[in-house]
Design a protein around this ligand. Structure first.
Ligand SMILES: *Cc1c(COP(=O)(O)O)cnc(C)c1O
Length: 389
């Protein structure tokens, strides 16, 4: 189980991003953690080893990443995985047949697919709830509710869930609350401080930030949950290789800087869209017109770089994405470069059309991952792409 270096919590978050979890290598003084590219470790005698037996269980490069992200989230324990979905699998494997969970109705498409298409086969019962309304979450609680899964802001509609209120509901029901903090990143939102029990990320996105690997991370303050996660991670085996762990650590060093830049550019792009298309077509929690702007101000310290826009039709959406030059048409988000995607046909294609319509993911909806380029260039690109629309 990877526990943080307690003294790392004395630092502020931007400093933690650079230093937490890493110490110069004792053999050489190397300032960067070495890439321990090994599957196994020599043991001195039967039952005598340095705490490392086989790399599915533990790897020092991975441990540095786990401590680093745990410290960023103010958590005691961290676990790294080969992808966000691999991370979710190890969390879901804490459940048993007959357990009930409550999940936001507008979660990441792959989260929906894993839960609905895989875990229901094993007898996990799921209620999909619009978590903008806390009362609906309360009403969905059953005797066998074991966990409430929150994603906020949601992908792609940028809807918010009240982490504190919903975590309270979970705890009163004897359940735990689990937050997907991928969109906000630890820089803008601290779910553990609001009562969440487990926080997880697709580190493919902001944590790594350079669109060059897949990864997932889960963190917790509970020794009991940490022991279960460690057991599941080792048993299910979706662990990252040391090279990916090392690259992610290089990414997290600039997380605070990058997220500040994404946030500034995200605000500017959302404001441009609101002026150009009308605020009712723009989904961004930082806009005063967002129905949950007050909650956003309370629960987040910034609003980030994700902005969705209703263009009105698939044809309009296609015109925009083919004209854009700096925003690349691609899935994924959170990298330094700006991307655009059409959720209905891309990230959320695995969600049935009727369900997409119900939650508001139209064929004309475009989701922008605003990068850290010079914002004037981004606005000029958008201006030419939306000409005449
Ligand atoms: C991408 C994403 C995931 C899935 O993570 P992978 O690393 O792609 O497996 C989960 N949640 C959110 C919010 C995401 O954006």
């Amino acid at each position: 189980m990877t526990k943080i270096f307690a003294e790392d919590l004395a630092q502020r978050v931007g400093t933690r991003a650079i230093h937490a979890g890493q110490r110069p290598d004792p053999t050489s003084g190397a300032i960067m953690p070495p890439i321990y590219q090994t599957s196994t470790y020599a043991q001195e005698a039967l039952g005598v080893n340095k705490g490392y037996e086989y790399a599915r269980g533990k790897n020092p490069t991975r441990e540095a990443l786990e401590r680093n992200v745990a410290a960023l989230e103010n958590a005691q324990h961290g676990f790294a995985f080969s992808s966000g979905m691999g991370c979710l699998t190890s969390i879901m494997l804490m459940l048993r047949a007959g357990d009930h969970i409550i999940v936001g109705s507008n979660v990441y498409g792959g989260t929906y697919r894993q839960m609905d298409k895989l875990f229901t086969n094993f007898g996990v019962e799921i209620s999909w709830i619009d978590m903008r309304d806390v009362q609906k979450v309360q009403d969905a609680v059953k005797k066998n509710t074991r966990a409430i899964f929150i994603e906020t802001p949601t992908n792609p509609l940028m809807q918010l869930a009240d982490i504190k209120a919903i975590s309270d509901i979970a705890h009163k029901a004897g359940a735990i609350s689990i937050v997907d903090n991928t969109f906000a990143s630890p820089i803008l939102q601290a779910p553990l401080a609001l009562g969440a029990d487990i926080v997880w990320h697709s580190s493919t996105k902001y944590l790594n930030g350079h669109s060059d690997l897949l990864g997932g991370v889960a963190v917790t303050n509970s020794d009991e949950l940490a022991a279960k996660l460690q057991f599941n991670a080792n048993s299910a085996g979706a662990v990252p290789g040391p090279m990916d762990a090392w690259l992610t650590l290089r990414g997290t060093k600039t997380l605070a800087l990058r997220v500040k830049a994404h946030d500034a550019n995200g605000r500017a792009v959302a404001a441009w869209f609101a002026k150009r298309l009308g605020a009712e077509r723009v989904f961004y929690p930082g806009l005063e017109s967002h129905p949950q702007h007050e909650l956003a101000k309370r629960q987040m310290s910034g609003f980030g770089g994700m902005v969705s826009v209703e263009t009105g039709s698939k044809a309009n959406a296609n015109t925009v994405v083919t004209r854009l030059k700096l925003f690349t048409l691609a899935e994924s988000l959170g990298g330094v470069e700006s991307l655009v995607c059409q959720p209905a046909g891309m990230t959320h294609a695995s969600v049935e059309p009727a369900r997409r319509a119900e939650i508001g993911i139209t064929d004309g909806l475009l989701r922008f991952s605003v990068g850290v380029e010079d914002v004037e260039d981004l606005l000029e690109d958008l201006d030419q792409a939306f000409k005449g629309l």
